[in-house]
Every structure is written in structure tokens, then in C-alpha cells.
Design a protein around this ligand. Structure first.
Ligand SMILES: NC(=O)N[C@H]1NC(=O)NC1=O
Length: 174
């Protein structure tokens, strides 16, 4: 899809295609549709990031809470979004040994208990070992720092989803 095709999508088409670039937050996609036309894909990404940055801290935490745990219940039950399933599988989180799985479950709970939102990391930019290490390390951070860090990870996930959607059929476009 090139940028001209993207800019003429109807609201419904736009939200259908890009509604999950931020996990389970189609409201963000719905909001930035009105910022068309975008000069390029980076401009769309910037509009999404601006929307996120303008939210109060409670809104940012809300975005984090829309994310499923890594290697958590949704993965076990098969109720992840397609995007999340692929990202978690790519990092090997769908094939943890039972000791690793218990450790991740314990740390995920510890993290949520401490911060009130789930641990979020861009799985596609990490492997299993670095995810486990950062999950453990980030449990030690301050809440505000973790909120900001989680949002930075949301933006990385968003960027990869966005580029994946637009560039799949035409790597030379945009
Ligand atoms: N909890 C969490 O980080 N979830 C996300 N990370 C990622 O890359 N995809 C997700 O769903």
C-alpha cells in the first residue's frame, strides 16, 4: 500500500487495517484518522505517538493495561490477538520450559503488583533471554520510570506493526 492509497481509506477501512497497531486501542487509530493526509508513514507514526504523549498518565497506564501478559493466560488459552501471538511466538515465548514459564508467571505477577499495570516490552526486538532478564530487572524500577519505559516499548511495537502492515506487499513503497 502506498501513502496515497492510505490517505484515501475511509474511516472504517482505516480502523479495520490499523486498529490494533497499539494493542486493543483502536481509539488511537480512530483519533489520528482525522489528521490525514499523511506525507509518509513516519508522519502517521508521529501522529500516533503525539496522541499517546498528550494523554494524562492515567491514559498511558490504560494503554499498558490493554496489553496481555507475555507468556500468560491469553497465550495458553489461545485468546491473544493475532499480532501479539506472532510477536510472542517469534521470541520463543510460546515454547517455554515449565521452570521458565513459572518464573515468568511469578515475575509478571510481581511486576503488576508493584506497578498496577503489566510488563510491556517489544518482543520482536528481543529474544527470550533478554525478555526474562529485563522483566526481572525492571521490577526494581520506580513506577514513573516504568510507565515511561512501557510506553516507549508500546511505540516500538506500534512502529513494527505499522510498517509490517503497509510494507508487506510493496517493500519499495514509502
Ligand atoms: N506484555 C507485552 O509486552 N505484550 C506485548 N509485547 C509485544 O511485543 N506484543 C505484545 O502483545
Amino acid at each position: 500500500m502506498d501513502i496515497n492509497a492510505l490517505n484515501v481509506l475511509s474511516y472504517e477501512e482505516f480502523v479495520n487495517i490499523f486498529g490494533n497497531v497499539v494493542e486493543k486501542c483502536p481509539i488511537i487509530t480512530a483519533a489520528v484518522w482525522s489528521k490525514r493526509p499523511f506525507v509518509n508513514l513516519s508522519a502517521l507514526e508521529a501522529a500516533i505517538n503525539e496522541f499517546i504523549d498528550a494523554l494524562p498518565e492515567s491514559g498511558k497506564e490504560g494503554i499498558l493495561r490493554c496489553h496481555p501478559d507475555l507468556a500468560g493466560r491469553d497465550l495458553q488459552r489461545g485468546t491473544l490477538t493475532q499480532e501479539s501471538r506472532e510477536e510472542q511466538a517469534r521470541a520463543g515465548l510460546d515454547a517455554l520450559e515449565s521452570a521458565e514459564a513459572s518464573r515468568v508467571a511469578r515475575l509478571n505477577e510481581e511486576y503488576k503488583e508493584r506497578f498496577g499495570f503489566p510488563f510491556v516490552i517489544c518482543a520482536r526486538m528481543n529474544d527470550k533471554a533478554s525478555i526474562l532478564r529485563q522483566l526481572s530487572e525492571r521490577c526494581q524500577n520506580e513506577r514513573a520510570a516504568e510507565r515511561a519505559r512501557g510506553i516507549e516499548e508500546v511505540k516500538k511495537i506500534c512502529r513494527l506493526r505499522l510498517y509490517g502492515l503497509v510494507l508487506t506487499d510493496a517493500p519499495n513503497k514509502l
